[in-house]
Design a protein around this ligand. Structure first.
Ligand SMILES: [Zn+2]
Length: 271
């Protein structure tokens, strides 16, 4: 049968393509620093060059360098000292290089463990926030939720706003250690959601409601409800991740949403 004169791309052609796994700049930076430590160019106690110098040398934005250094500090590979700046920790070179290997592997493959840890951390964070939030804290939480809701209603995953809300809740718990742990884990969770595009339109609507329930419980100083609502939110996020992983496909809804958001975010991720 002869073809029609105007040839159109069938929608299933694009649908059967999936995102390419490109190594993130921060991972590449970590690999280079690991090499310097393995070859003893960098030794325990040595000072790390300034962030802007590293960014220039690597030819990447400072945020990537910051991301890499933040992860190294979190795992105790780098230490920041008031007098001497950021230095390599006093661990053996072998311990350091294997630790950096763990950091890269963890970030790549162990998102399930991160999500599991998040559930544990954030339930208690929400409970404490309901007990301890000041008036200012509650205002900050309400504003963060409003900003998230406004953007999410347009179909945008609003990952930065989601993150800001979780950090506002963590801040309201008035436990600096807990807040910094949430601050370490939450960006990884959000980035994962962005990379995997786990946020379908229906999931986004559910997230708006889940956030609302958490915020309402904190506002009415109800620790039990706040903990339960945060637990549900974190579990739903985890389930979504498991579903996506089982399917190993980009959700159709998410793809359409992303496209509707014009082509402005080609690989730029906000969550
Ligand atoms: Zn959230």
């Amino acid at each position: 049968m002869p073809r029609t004169s105007v040839s159109q791309t069938r929608p299933d052609v694009l649908a059967s393509l999936s995102a390419i796994d490109v190594a993130r700049p921060a991972d590449l930076i970590l690999r280079q620093l690991r090499h310097l430590i393995a070859t003893e160019t960098l030794r325990p106690g040595d000072r790390i060059p300034a962030e802007r110098d590293l960014a220039r040398q690597f030819g990447v934005g400072r945020s990537h360098v910051r991301d890499a250094l933040r992860r190294l500090e979190f795992y105790g590979i780098l230490k920041t000292q008031p007098q001497s700046g950021t230095v390599v920790a006093s661990l053996g070179g072998v311990a350091l290089t294997s630790l950096i290997g763990n950091v890269i592997a963890l970030d790549r493959d162990d998102i399930a463990a991160i999500l599991e840890t998040r559930v544990i951390l954030e339930i208690e964070t929400a409970r404490l926030a309901a007990e301890r939030a000041s008036r200012e804290d509650r205002q900050a939480i309400a504003q963060a939720q409003q900003a998230f809701r406004a953007k999410a209603l347009t179909g945008d995953p609003a990952l930065q706003e989601d993150l800001a809300l979780h950090l506002a809740i963590a801040h309201a718990a008035h436990n600096a250690v807990l807040a910094s742990l949430v601050g370490m884990i939450a960006p990884d969770v959000m980035r994962h959601h962005g990379e995997q595009r786990t946020c379908t339109r229906s999931r986004l609507d559910a997230v708006i409601d889940e956030h609302q329930t958490i915020c309402a419980a904190i506002a009415s100083r109800n620790p039990t409800d706040a903990a339960a609502a945060m637990g549900l939110h974190a579990q739903m996020a985890r389930k979504q991740y498991e579903r996506q992983r089982a399917l190993n496909v980009v959700p159709v809804e998410g793809r359409n949403t992303a496209r509707a958001q014009q082509g402005r975010r080609t690989r730029k991720r906000t969550r």
